[in-house]
Design a protein around this ligand. Structure first.
Ligand code: EPU
Length: 355
């Protein structure tokens, strides 16, 4: 890990002018690379420029674009999207750090590990920006952002007032938060604070960290020597299991793992003993959507330019010049097939904006 190259504490972008791009090509700005244009895209380099950005809208404000790793856009988006481009992260007192919304998530993770701060290692290699991470409460390998998030600062779009949300005010849940539940466009997240474990402190996640089956297998003989080794293991596992968006354009998991009452989950498992199920709170179990999609025969299947990755059944891929509309039609076929076979309705995970 090249610590020196990472977001050294002073990587703040200076105040600069707005970048206004008309008829912006979103295929170049999203990991699914779907054919899509938006009337106007404004890149904002400092929270203070938001007021100016509001005056530069073309048509209605349609929300934010981060790195585009969790969004499905239709062919033509009316109005204006904003892109938050302020970056940097800094250490505060003890194990607290603060990161700017436009920072790359994975760079923040690597920087925090280089600072000898533990906690985010299981969230290594997740694409996207720091500002997008709380919206869907990103999670992987037994850890969610909510475990380490201390506070989120955001600007309210209508009133342009700033608010600090303490973690418990963010209403974090599985791939959800107040920012996802509320009107998507209401808040612009500007900064996120985390409370991480300093070396030597007892990490809350000592047990969580490698309780996940993939990690158990990897560390069955010997526990990881520390967070850096765990982070490397996560990177290896992700690279081996998930398709690379650069070669197979995708948005990660396309569906949530459905959560249903435990008695129904256990009954389903009796019918399908191989179905992976996991406790989700006291009264629910999560079902593996990937497994159900695979059982319906979709893993590795293509229909023209869209398909299901052969590497992972939860990942939909744009193999060429697909549109969002075409991808969503295909997703509906998967939803219907899983519903017909298992009686379970899957829900789509990425943000969808069609027109
Ligand atoms: N499986 C299949 N077929 C497949 C892939 C997986 O049957 O093609 C089964 C396997 O039996 C496996 C089970 O599904 O035991 C679970 O698979 P995996 O470990 O890959 O996790 P997942 O439930 O499919 C979730 C997250 C991922 C996260 C991993 C690891 C959701 C929607 N997805 O996937 O998050 O990386 O766990 O923690 O919760 C994302 O959100 O974009 C994302 C990649």
């Amino acid at each position: 890990m090249l610590c020196a190259d990472l977001c050294s504490a002073q990587l703040y972008t200076e105040l600069s002018l707005l970048e206004v791009i008309d008829n912006a090509d979103l295929s170049k700005r999203t990991s699914l690379r779907l054919q899509s244009h938006v009337d106007r895209l404004i890149r904002v380099h400092h929270p203070a420029e938001l007021i100016e950005a509001k005056q530069a809208l073309r048509g209605p404000y349609r929300g934010l674009l981060g790195e585009g790793s969790n969004s499905v856009f239709g062919s033509h988006i009316r109005g204006t999207l904003l892109q938050v481009a302020w970056r940097g992260c800094e250490r505060m007192e003890a194990g607290f750090i603060r990161a700017k919304a436009g920072e790359h998530w994975d760079e923040l993770v690597q920087w925090s590990l280089c600072q000898d701060l533990q906690g985010l290692e299981n969230l290594s290699m997740i694409p996207g920006t720091v500002g997008a991470a709380p919206i869907q409460n990103i999670g992987a390998y037994g850890v969610e952002l909510s475990h380490y998030c201390h506070a989120v600062e955001a600007t309210h779009w209508d009133s342009m007032t700033r608010r600090r949300f303490k973690a418990d005010e963010c209403l974090f849940a599985y791939r959800s938060s107040i920012f996802k539940k509320a009107n998507h466009q209401a808040w612009i997240i500007t900064d996120v604070e985390f409370h991480l474990n300093e070396s030597g402190a007892s990490p809350v996640t000592a047990s969580l960290n490698y309780a996940y089956p993939d990690l158990q297998r990897r560390f069955s003989q010997q526990a990881p020597s520390g967070a850096l080794e765990l982070a490397q293991a996560i990177r290896d596992i992700r690279a081996s299991k998930l398709p690379d968006p650069h070669t197979e354009p995708n948005a990660g998991s396309f569906f949530h793992n459905p959560s249903i009452p435990s008695d129904a989950a256990i009954a389903l498992k009796r019918r399908y003993p191989e179905l992976p199920i996991y406790p989700d709170g006291a009264q629910h179990h999560k079902l593996s959507a990937a497994w159900m999609i695979e059982q319906c025969g979709f893993r590795g299947q293509r229909d023209g330019d869209v398909g299901v990755s052969a590497k992972h059944a939860l990942v939909l891929v744009n193999y060429g010049l697909a549109t969002g509309e075409k991808l969503l039609d295909f997703a509906q076929r998967l939803i219907q097939a899983v519903e017909a076979k298992f009686g379970i309705t899957m829900s789509i995970e990425p943000r969808i904006l069609l027109s």
